[in-house]
Design a protein around this ligand. Structure first.
Ligand code: NAD
Ligand code: DAU
Length: 340
């Protein structure tokens, strides 16, 4: 395969590039927004053997000319689209880039895929498109009910991809994964924010009562599932990818503090996220029946992740820079001011 990984300098995309470049030619297209980081790909770029099968383009998936150029110059036969604006809280502050990348960007990639007769297009969607799971677990056939600008724009991309299968028989597969954790995740997200704040002796801002539930999957398990789906999935299908680790946020926060041997008084209950989905839960029978199972135990995976952040302070300190501090003030000052 010659595989185009969009958003490959982000958290999940960089893990996926690292996995795939061992066996395939990999081309990464990434805009390097605040969330993109070439450091995440450093080991590939510095490896003599792997770098020979690896190309990086800085650019926007909304740029049709650039996408067309890459498709023909690199002979792309497979696309895995990770590129997205991904943080729910940022989408609540301002949704515009989410609409551009998570919807229009998908359109540009789909159109190019038609023109260049792509063999496989994987649209990386999310479990957030289902909205809150009031009871039970969502199946792939359940209706979509997104509740924030991020998940609504992802639902748009998800359904547009499906439309290109139905209408043009473009070989599309859609994946909807649950919450990922692991090394290289941007410290704006819950687990790395809480780990790095705890290391820095800063308060951990827990939204609302902390009784929201998330199903955590290790990023390596997620990437293995996508790899498996490329080989074994059926075109036109949607696959849920969950870790089977449903946890209350408060319990995850307490676990992090216990591993770091910090006091639980560091947790501060702050003003809740607007429109906060209370619970996510996925029924993954479809993928399990096909032969995939997650391998990484949550407590072990989280311990290793915490260790990684302890060992890679310079990686996240570069990200928690002045610009991040400004964002943090905008996002959190009012939350701390009106505690739950
Ligand atoms: P991330 O924010 O860490 O990375 C996103 C990457 O996309 C960044 O490198 C960024 O520079 C790039 N990007 C943004 N806009 C772009 C554009 N217009 N053109 C090209 N590149 C652009 O995100 P992540 O957590 O790695 O998520 C990757 C994908 O997986 C997203 O599509 C997300 O919706 C989906 N997803 C994430 C999770 C999760 O828990 N993190 C769970 C399910 C699905
Ligand atoms: O479920 C998949 C989704 O998971 C992905 O599609 C998104 O890209 C990804 O960001 C993630 O969305 P969440 O909103 O679930 O993740 P986040 O890390 O922002 O928050 C996880 C939970 O922790 C959520 O219930 C909100 C809570 N939280 C988060 C932050 C940043 C806090 O309590 N305090 C915080 O400071």
């Amino acid at each position: 395969m010659t595989i185009l990984i969009t958003g490959g300098a982000g958290f999940i995309g960089s893990h996926f590039a690292r996995r795939m470049v061992r066996r395939h030619h990999v081309v990464v297209l990434d805009k390097l927004t605040y969330a993109g980081n070439l450091e995440n790909l450093k080991d590939i770029r510095e490896d003599r053997e792997l770098s020979g099968r690896f190309r990086f383009y800085k650019g926007d998936i909304c740029n049709q000319e650039l996408v067309d150029h890459i498709m023909s110059a690199e002979n792309i036969d497979t696309i895995v689209n990770f590129a997205a604006e991904t943080h729910v809280d940022r989408s609540i502050l301002s949704a515009s880039t989410f609409i551009d990348t998570d919807m229009k960007g998908v359109f540009v990639l789909l159109e190019a895929s038609r023109r260049y007769k792509i063999k496989k297009f994987i649209q990386i969607s999310t479990d957030e498109v289902y909205g809150t799971a009031h009871h039970g677990a969502f199946k792939e056939t359940d209706p979509l009910n997104p509740s924030n600008p991020y998940s609504a724009s992802k639902a748009g991309g998800d359904r547009l991809a499906f439309a290109y299968w139905k209408t043009y028989k473009l070989p599309i597969i859609i994946t909807r994964a649950s919450n990922n954790y692991g090394p290289y995740q941007h410290p704006e997200k819950f687990i790395p924010l809480f780990i790095t704040n705890a290391i820095e002796d800063l308060k951990l801002p827990l939204y609302g009562d902390g009784k929201q539930e998330r199903d955590w999957i290790h990023v390596e398990d997620h990437c293995a599932a996508i790899d498996f789906i490329i080989e074994n999935g059926q075109d036109g299908e949607v696959y849920n990818i969950g870790g089977g680790n449903e946890k209350y946020n408060i319990d995850t926060a307490l676990f992090i503090l216990s591993v770091l041997e910090k006091d639980k008084s560091m947790i501060e209950n702050v003003k809740d996220r607007e429109g906060h989905d209370r619970r996510y839960a996925l029924d993954c029978t479809k993928l399990k029946t096909l032969g995939w199972l997650p391998q990484i135990n949550f407590e072990e995976g989280l311990r290793d992740t915490i260790k990684w952040y302890e060992m890679n302070v310079s990686w996240w300190k570069q990200i928690k820079n002045d610009e991040f501090k400004k964002y943090y003030q905008t996002q959190y000052n009012h939350r701390f001011a009106c505690k739950n």
